[in-house]
Write a new protein. Structure first.
Length: 68
C-alpha cells in the first residue's frame, strides 16, 4: 500500500551541503514523521523525492562516498 501525504504545508529548508553558487541546491522538508522529502530548490513546484527515514542514512552515505 502506498500512502501519499500532502506536502503543500511542509516547512522546507535548504540543505547545509548545497552548493554556494545556488546551482546545486536541494531542500529538505521537516515535520513529516518517518519520511524525508527532498526537492530541487530551483523547481519548488517540481517533483519531490521521498525517502523513508531508514533509507536516508544509506543514501547520504552513498553520496558522500562517491557511489552516487
Amino acid at each position: 500500500m502506498r500512502l501519499m501525504r500532502d506536502l503543500g504545508k511542509a516547512s522546507w529548508r535548504k540543505s547545509s551541503h548545497s552548493g554556494s553558487d545556488n546551482n546545486n541546491c536541494v531542500e529538505v522538508a521537516d515535520g513529516v514523521p518517518g519520511l524525508i522529502p527532498v526537492r530541487d530548490s530551483k523547481r519548488p513546484s517540481g517533483p519531490v523525492v521521498v525517502f523513508s527515514a531508514e533509507g536516508w542514512g544509506p543514501f547520504v552515505a552513498a553520496v558522500r562516498g562517491g557511489r552516487l
